[in-house]
Design a protein around this ligand. Structure first.
Ligand code: NIG
Ligand code: FE
Length: 417
């Protein structure tokens, strides 16, 4: 091994682990940024160095644990920036109803859809919800997802929303993945408030938000701005309160129709606007002006048999960052892996493989306000990455039905298998 001194990227002294003979796509700045014949050094839970094998000092380190990656690919762990991972019950019957012609909105309006999940989630105790969600978190690990956002929103009353958030807190303690918790109390107008949505919004603002803040169990507030859920005016009211309390905000916007929710959320400083099939040019411009991340959810598009695609070409032209996420939920996106989402993002929305992978890593982290530590591989960032047994990163978008995963490393620790 020869030593090539690299003054810009000096090799650190205290290295715990070395991953040798790998190919790395760092995904820095949302590009592949490939380093062939690479080595990656970890110190503690951080990346200490990445570079060419030839640039390693000789001898490299006597104490570091060494892993020969045998020319496999290393990419950042997937950041799933939009999930509803905690729920009870099943919506398979609703799936059958929709196959027979029922629409998502009609089923919700008739008290099914989200409301059937609310009923089951309210009825389930905390331990049951924790067990169900734990199985999903464990499965996510096997799919290379190392950061997960989890929303409440199937409780829709103070007790049940707090129960969901308590489950999210227990998952944070129990699992190695990083979890960001989002309060989605304004996901739907609960049936007991039918026709009185303003009253429910007051409950969210005056009772739920202050309690969630007091308990410190969520960092972000999301809501569903849509004609079957909450108006733009109600969205503004909830977001004003949320911001005053110090929450970050994000929005389910323009999923089924154009309510101009995304423009409002962008102007109010939202981290992201999500779904966006019905986004107007004006809305896209506002998102560009405010650096709002567009979170694309092709699983929901696919399961709802939507035909209108989000304005991907406009996002490209305006340099709006595009994240992709599973939107894991029992109704519109029962999708338990990022791999099919990458495939759908390419085939249904027209993303390139590089854009899809950047969406599931670099831009996903930005959608959670975590771009400084997650979603790309560079010195000083968290050592969360996956070793993949593939010929090229594009295989992760191209292949379906297999998970060619060799190892998941989180915070420098080999976690799975
Ligand atoms: O992201 N759009 C609203 N919320 C979820 C679906 C929730 C459900 O159907 O249970 C979504 O698609
Ligand atoms: Fe969602």
């Amino acid at each position: 091994m020869t030593t090539v001194p690299d003054n810009k990227n000096p090799f650190p002294e205290n290295v715990d682990q070395l991953f040798l003979n790998c190919r790395v796509a760092t995904m820095a700045h949302g590009r592949y940024n490939i380093i062939e014949t690479a080595a990656l050094a970890v110190a503690g839970n951080k990346i200490a160095w990445i570079g060419h094998m030839d640039a390693l000092p000789d001898p490299v380190s006597n104490t570091a644990r060494k892993t020969d990656c045998k020319n496999r690919w290393i990419l950042p762990g997937f950041v799933d920036c939009h999930t509803h991972l905690i729920w009870a019950g099943s919506r398979a019957k609703e799936f059958e109803m929709r196959l027979a012609g029922g629409s998502y909105a009609d089923i919700a309006t008739a008290g099914g859809g989200i409301f059937s999940t609310v009923k089951a989630t309210r009825a389930a105790d905390e331990d049951t919800l924790f067990d169900l969600a734990s199985r999903r978190m464990t499965h996510f690990l096997t799919q290379g997802i190392t950061t997960v956002e989890i929303k409440s929103g199937y409780g829709l009353d103070l007790t049940s929303e707090l129960k969901m958030l308590a489950v999210a807190g227990r998952l944070q303690q129990a699992f190695p993945q990083h979890i960001e918790v989002t309060f989605l109390g304004a996901h739907a107008v609960p049936l007991e408030f039918a026709g009185r949505s303003d009253e429910y919004v007051r409950q969210v603002m005056d009772v739920m938000l202050p309690e969630v803040k007091h308990q410190g169990i969520a960092t972000c507030v999301d809501m569903f701005c849509e004609n079957i859920a909450f108006s733009r005016k109600q969205t503004r009211q909830v977001f004003e309160k949320a911001k005053n309390l110090g929450f970050a905000i994000k929005l389910h916007a323009e999923q089924l129709s154009d309510s101009s929710g995304a423009a409002l959320a962008a102007q109010m400083g939202a981290l992201s606007c999500d779904h966006l099939e019905y986004l107007s040019d004006e809305g896209a411009k506002k998102m560009a002006d405010h650096g709002t991340v567009a979170v694309l959810l092709p699983g929901a598009f696919h399961y709802l048999k939507e035909t209108r695609v989000p304005p991907v070409e406009t996002f490209r032209q305006l340099a709006v960052p595009m994240a992709v996420a599973t939107d894991l939920n029992p109704g519109s996106s029962p999708v338990f892996s990022m791999l099919p989402v990458l495939n759908m993002a390419c085939l249904l929305f027209g993303l390139t493989c590089e854009q899809a992978l950047a969406g599931a890593t670099f831009h996903g982290a930005a959608a959670l306000g975590l771009a400084d530590c997650k979603g790309s591989l560079a010195r000083g960032k968290d050592a969360d990455f996956v070793i993949w047994d593939v010929d090229t990163p594009a295989d992760l978008c191209y292949l379906t039905g297999i998970t060619p995963l060799k190892q998941v490393v989180i915070g420098g620790k080999p976690i799975h298998p």
